[in-house]
Design a protein around this ligand. Sequence first.
Ligand SMILES: NC(=O)c1ccc[n+]([C@@H]2O[C@H](COP(=O)([O-])OP(=O)(O)OC[C@H]3O[C@@H](n4cnc5c(N)ncnc54)[C@H](OP(=O)(O)O)[C@@H]3O)[C@@H](O)[C@H]2O)c1
Length: 253
Amino acid sequence: MEKVTLITGASGGLGKEFAYLAANDKQNLFLIARSADKLNKIKKDIEKNYGVKVYVLDGDLSNEKVRLEIEKFAKKNDLFVNKLINNAGFGTRGDFTTVPYENHENLMDLNNKALVHLTYMFLPKMLKEHDGKILNIASIASYLPGPHMVMYFASKAFVSNFSNGLMKECKKQGVTVTALYPSPTNTGFLARSHMNEKLFKNAPSAKFVATKGYKGMMKGKMKVNPGAYPKFVNFFSKIVPVGIAGNIVEKQN
Ligand SMILES: NC(=O)c1ccc[n+]([C@@H]2O[C@H](COP(=O)([O-])OP(=O)(O)OC[C@H]3O[C@@H](n4cnc5c(N)ncnc54)[C@H](OP(=O)(O)O)[C@@H]3O)[C@@H](O)[C@H]2O)c1
């Protein structure tokens, strides 16, 4: 049985940074994303320069069949996923009824269903072995109502609540669940999610945010707000009425 760190959305952005951070800690990796070419390039580079084994599987995580393939692959190769980084995710911008329903479904399938499904697949073994760390990528959007991006904000509120509750269930059994709450960060996310570019002015690097998240996971923290801005938003959301918070977000989205 070989221990591996499974990272979703590992072909770019935060996910790729997580892969290098884990490789630097001599963890073997199991990387997932849709772009086979990018994954194979990362695999080659990491195996050459870090001396760890890298497994890759390319596929669309919003598809249940692909998720079942991941489970099969892990069983066939006798892999024990003792670290799981549920990172893949995207946003949609636009008023709720103007966005094609298919996009809403894809978002729920990737940001929530895939995260829950992979956790359900790999958590039992972690609990049995008293050996497991999970890092789920939430967002500062988890803390706020998100007019004009309601599905993304709601999906991240789900990730946050799911992670914080599961942490309480699992910690006594030696497994921790960490949620990371980035503010806008320099990755491919801006382009894919058609977000307001102004929000990304002075955005931190993917490396900075991923390092905070990775270290938080390794320490078994419940929540990681990477930087002053996420910390401020977390605090702000606790003291400002939700209607007022919604007005401010509406102007920015
Ligand atoms: N960047 C930000 O401002 C920001 C802020 C807060 C939270 N976040 C969260 O951080 C996480 C990582 O995002 P990022 O900023 O690194 O974005 P990114 O640069 O767009 O990277 C997303 C990663 O997910 C993969 N991916 C996308 N759709 C997929 C699918 N259907 N199946 C499998 N893999 C898929 C992409 O690779 P392929 O295209 O090869 O599939 C890529 O590797 C997301 O959950 C996002 O919501 C980001």
